[in-house]
Ligand binder design. Structure first.
Ligand SMILES: O=C(O)CCC(=O)C(=O)O
Length: 278
């Protein structure tokens, strides 16, 4: 039984089990069981394209400017390891989209990781993609293939936008609107994802930031299995410059991550078939 104290604060009586804390419960399913939610609120009838069960996925709002969410334990170790197993066989030096008139040699130092693109032939990779679709509410047809990245000691990705501003890249047929990073390893030191311009007034720092550094804004330290979602556009549909982000140099350990870029136009036959193309 809970007791409501002064100022409406809820206290637990000794007989009630203590509230589990992250790391103390066996699984998210157990947590849902413990919460009593399934008994109290069993799943309801869905529409044609819904699912008949709850998806248990806690999240933490990391920032509103840019909109960034952390999903702890989004994938388990088996799924994370599968990405690495497949990607390891086909790595090459990571590439970059060049701005108008830019040459690759000018950009060599911007991104020093290795990487590869992976589709969803493997069922575990397909499962992770479907989970991203459900959490973001954006069907997988709007998603690019995974870009799996490996950063070894000293390797980095200087801060950049994932979207393509028209002034730099010319008119776009479709635009990146959101990014999901799946962290496939924990990193002992370094390798954080940084948002240099985070904050309601983050843009005021734009003239002074150093794209090569990780010294302002917020940083997320990679933890195996976690996912980080951030929106590359604002609610208005315009590009959010505060979504500028980078991968800080790895100091100790190896960082593996899988990036999933989400577009504003369907890229695959799946949504064309379903008649939901925009
Ligand atoms: O490695 C990271 O933390 C960031 C990766 C990234 O910026 C990207 O793939 O666009």
């Amino acid at each position: 039984m809970a007791v409501v104290g002064k100022h409406g604060k809820r206290y637990l009586e000794a007989s009630e089990p203590a509230e589990p804390r992250p790391g103390q419960w066996g699984s998210f399913e157990e947590l849902v069981e413990w919460s009593g939610m399934l008994e109290d609120r069993p799943p309801v009838a869905t529409g044609e394209t819904g699912v008949d069960h709850y998806i248990v996925q806690p999240f933490q709002l990391l920032s509103i400017y840019p909109r960034a969410y952390l999903y702890p334990r989004f994938i388990n170790d088996t799924v994370a390891d599968r990405f690495i197993e497949i990607a390891s066989k086909q790595l090459s030096r990571s590439g970059l989209a060049l701005r108008k008139g830019e040459k690759m040699t000018e950009q060599e130092d911007v991104r020093t990781s290795s990487g590869t693109f992976l589709g969803v032939k493997d069922p575990l990779l397909a499962f992770a993609e479907e989970k991203i679709a459900r959490v973001t509410g954006i069907p997988s047809g709007y998603m690019e293939p995974y870009n799996v990245l490996r950063y070894e000691n000293g390797q980095h990705y200087y801060s950049h936008l994932d979207a393509f501003p028209e002034k730099d890249y010319g008119p776009q047929n479709s635009q990146r609107i959101a990014t999901v990073l799946l962290y496939l390893t924990s990193v002992e030191e370094g390798g954080e994802t940084v948002f240099l311009l985070e904050g309601a007034k983050g843009l005021e720092r734009l003239p002074t930031i150093d794209y090569k550094k990780c010294d302002t804004g917020i940083k997320y330290k990679p933890r195996k299995g976690d996912a980080l979602l951030f929106w590359d556009i604002m609610p208005t549909g315009r590009l959010d410059q505060r979504a500028l982000h980078g991968g800080c140099p790895v100091i100790q350990g190896t960082k593996w991550a899988a990036t999933k870029w989400i577009r504003n136009r369907c890229m695959r036959p799946s949504c064309i078939d379903k008649g939901v193309v925009e």
